[in-house]
Design a protein around this ligand. Sequence first.
Ligand SMILES: O=C(O)C(=O)C[C@H](O)C(=O)O
Length: 327
Amino acid sequence: MLCVRVWRGLSPLCRGHLSAWKRSQSRTAASRLDLSGMYPPIATPFTPEEDVDYQKLEGNLQKYAKIPFKGLVVQGSNGEYPYLTEEERVEVVKTVRRSLPTDKLLMAGSGCESTRATVQLTEKMAAAGADVVLVVTPCFYKGKMDGRALIQHFTKVADSSPVPVVLYSVPANTGLELPLDAVVQLSQHPNVLGLKDSGGDISRIGLIVHKTKTQDFQVLAGSAGFLMAAYSVGAVGGVCALANVLGRELCELESLCVSGRWEEARGLQQRLIEPNAAVTRKLGVPALKQAMEWFGFHGGACRSPLQPLTEAETQQLRRDFSSNGWL
Ligand SMILES: O=C(O)C(=O)C[C@H](O)C(=O)O
C-alpha cells in the first residue's frame, strides 16, 4: 500500500502514473475479492467520559474472532461514525486491523458529506488497513442528491480509491435511497465491488441482482430481518447490526440459506425478525448496545446526543428477545 506521506511528496505527473497503477491493482483486487458471508457492523464502545474505549473494543474483537464471520464492518451506521472525528475513525480502523486475523475482511466506512472529504478519508482508511471501503450516500442536501450527483460522487471515489468500494444505501438513516439506475450504472465501474442495501425492499434487491448479473457485483443484505429473503433473490451475504449480538445464529442462518435448507432457515429467520427490529429501526443503537451487554459483549452508552434507553424501552427490548427464545 502506498504510504500517504510519500504520495503527497510526489509530483502531479508521478501521482498520475501511480494512480493509474493503483487503479489497475485495485481493479484486479475488485475482480478477485469475494464478499460473500456475514459481517457485524461493529459498535464503538465509549468510556464514561465519551472517549473511544479501545480496550473494550479489543475485548469485543477477541469474542468476534471466535465466530465464523467473513469479516467486520467498521463504521457502518452502528459504529456511530457521524459522531467520531476523522482521527478517531482512522484510529478505530487501525485498532481493528491489528487484531483481525488476516483471512478476515475489514470493510471500513469512509463516507463523508463531500466527495473531496470522502476521497481523502478513503485513502486514509486504505492506509490504515481496510481491504474494502463502504461508502454511504451523502445526504445533508438530500433534495439535490439525485442520480447524477450520486453517480458522480461514487465514480470519483472509486476512481481514486486504492481499495474496492462497496456502495451503501441506508434510507432509514439518510432519508434517501441510492436509485436503482445509479446502482446499475455504478456496478460497471471496475472498482465498485458491490452494494450494502439496508432498505429491505426485496423486489429492489432482486432486481439489482438481476440487472447487474453480467458484472462482478455483489449485493449484501443490510439488515437481519430480510436476510433469508435477500439470499433467495441472489444476495451473497449480510451486514447486520444483530450480528453484534447473535453472530453465531446469523452465521448459521447464512449457512442454511447457502446450502438451500430453506425450511430450517425459515424457522430461524422468523425468530430473528423481532429482535432485529428492536435493535435497529424501533430502538436503534442504544438498544443494540444494551443487548450486547446482555450477551456478554461490551456495549455501554452511546455518544451524545444519542440517549440511553428508558426503562419502558429496555423492557420492550427484553421482551423482543425473550419472546423469541433468545433470553
Ligand atoms: O451499518 C450498519 O450498522 C448497518 O447496516 C446495520 C443495519 O442498519 C441493520 O439494520 O442491521
